[in-house]
Design a protein around this ligand. Structure first.
Ligand SMILES: NC(=O)c1ccc[n+]([C@@H]2O[C@H](COP(=O)([O-])OP(=O)(O)OC[C@H]3O[C@@H](n4cnc5c(N)ncnc54)[C@H](OP(=O)(O)O)[C@@H]3O)[C@@H](O)[C@H]2O)c1
Length: 293
């Protein structure tokens, strides 16, 4: 299949090689071209705008920071919508507000195209391991048509419902993940303050029933010298999702008190100037508050 790909950041640059390995011809674009060079060397075709990407593709993916960026690449003057042929499919994988995704889907429908929301649960580590899960919102027939392509990205694909519902689901999944990772820092700090060595606490945590995939790959980052130089998701990127959860809680009237508490720990990371790190760094805030460093 001729596939277009817009947004070659930490996630996009790892998804594209999976599509190419599955035999698809991929044409890509990124705002900062330099990030595309290694993919071009691996066989990705470059296009100068999202419009030109879409012109050459039956199916276009995007994965960019937020809804403002998604609207820019989808609906802007050189956007995907102006290049996609009637009947073409556009899947946005960014983690964004459900209503923003629905608004863009309505514009694509008016233009005779189909847009699906397709956020992905996982991290760069999960994508490389071939273990990411994808949630889809929107037209069922389009979903069935592109399912084999989605399976090349990750083995767990679920249609959640109509447009926007996959974004809604992704925010709920991330709420659970963020509270879990931040609470992990709270739990380790408590164990350490009581005299358990950090590596022993980590090992016990990961062998317990409270272990999970995200703690399995992120937990070891809290050991001395193990924090990755390039974060899987830094505090700022992750806090974007926390704010999405808090805002949805407010607009839907569904309380999210644990999200609010975890968000305060992210604010503390910012205050301490450690927000450029992977957000598991929140464990350091607990240690400071408990007088451990
Ligand atoms: N990292 C994770 O673990 C993870 C997991 C699942 C989902 N996600 C979600 O996936 C999305 C991308 O995350 P990421 O980790 O790949 O982030 P990233 O490495 O920061 O990449 C962001 C991408 O968005 C592009 N972008 C930002 N603003 C833009 C604009 N106004 N116009 C055009 N392009 C723009 C960037 O282009 P430049 O290169 O030019 O800056 C870059 O390609 C986010 O919604 C994130 O929440 C991330």
């Amino acid at each position: 299949m001729n596939i277009g790909f817009v947004g070659l950041g930490a996630m996009g640059e790892l998804i594209v090689p999976r599509l190419m390995r599955a035999g698809h011809q991929v044409t890509g674009w990124n705002r900062t071209r330099a990030k595309a060079e290694s993919l071009i060397a691996q066989g990705m075709r470059w296009a100068d705008t999202p419009h030109h990407v879409a012109e050459q593709s039956e199916l276009v993916f995007s994965i960019v920071t937020d809804s403002k960026a998604m609207k820019a690449v989808a609906l802007g003057p050189d956007g995907v919508i102006s290049g996609l042929k009637r009947g073409g499919i556009y899947v946005d994988m960014s983690t964004i507000e459900p209503d923003a995704s629905r608004e863009v889907a309505a514009q694509f429908a008016k233009a005779g195209c189909i847009m699906l929301d397709g956020p992905l649960s996982g991290s760069p580590v999960t994508v490389v391991a071939g273990n990411a899960s994808i949630m889809i919102g929107g037209d069922e027939a389009a979903y069935e048509k592109i399912k084999p392509v989605l399976l090349a990205i990750g083995p767990k694909v679920t249609r959640i419902g109509g447009n926007g519902l996959a974004c809604q689901m992704k925010i709920a999944v991330n709420l659970l993940l963020m509270v879990e990772v931040i609470c992990f820092g709270e739990a380790v700090a408590l164990a350490e303050k009581g005299g358990v060595a950090r590596d022993v606490a980590l090992d016990a945590m990961l062998k317990s029933v409270a272990a999970s995939p995200v703690l399995g790959y992120r937990g070891p980052f809290i050991l001395d010298g193990k924090m990755p130089e390039v974060p899987l998701a830094d505090v700022t990127l992750q806090q974007k999702d926390m704010l999405l959860a808090l805002n949805l809680g407010r607009t839907l009237g569904s309380p999210v008190p644990l999200a609010a508490a975890a968000n305060e720990m992210m604010n503390a990371c910012r205050g301490l100037g450690i927000d450029g790190n992977d957000f598991v760094v929140a464990h350091r805030v607990y240690r400071k508050l408990g007088g451990q460093e």
